[in-house]
Design a protein around this ligand. Sequence first.
Ligand SMILES: [Zn+2]
Length: 88
Amino acid sequence: MFILKGIEQLERAIAKAKIVRPRVEFDCFGRYRVSGSKGYYTVLCKKSDNGYKTVACSCKGAEKGLVCYHAAAALSLHIGLARRQQTA
Ligand SMILES: [Zn+2]
């Protein structure tokens, strides 16, 4: 799990996601399934009570606190949905 502080943090993971092009499946708002090398990973995006945005992925890299491309791919969908909710 990592705390999302800014988009710069995601740049490398986004670049990788553009190459790998994982499938992102919508589960519910804030919960996504992203295809990886060993099946699907679950990515959870949420806002904690103190206002931090946290992102958790079930892959090995994210366990160590790395920003993985699964998280980046899920976040791009999540951010789009969050914007739509705010304007709705
Ligand atoms: Zn991951």
